[in-house]
Design a binder for this molecule. Structure first.
Ligand code: ZN
Length: 80
């Protein structure tokens, strides 16, 4: 267990599988089952180097997606 990287956060990072979204050549790509460290307090996500490398390798030869997801844009929220 590691301490959270956010200063003053008392949380501890625990290993979890997350859904990670990346943009690759302008395309939104959703990756599931990515090993990451997630803070139990604030939810800060740390992607270990091994995961980042695995993603990079995979993106070079991604093959067929297991499924596709709709992508929406949230309209700009009115400020004030
Ligand atoms: Zn935290």
């Amino acid at each position: 267990m590691k301490n959270c990287s956010i200063r003053q956060c008392p949380g501890q990072c625990e290993e979890r599988r997350i859904t990670h979204v990346v943009k690759y050549h302008g395309e939104v790509i959703v990756l599931e089952n990515v090993p990451a460290e997630v803070c139990s307090e604030c939810g800060e996500v740390l992607l270990p180097l091994s995961s980042a490398e695995a993603i990079e390798t995979m993106l070079k030869n991604p093959g067929k997606p297991i499924r596709t997801a709709p992508v929406y844009q949230v309209p700009d929220a009115a400020s004030a």
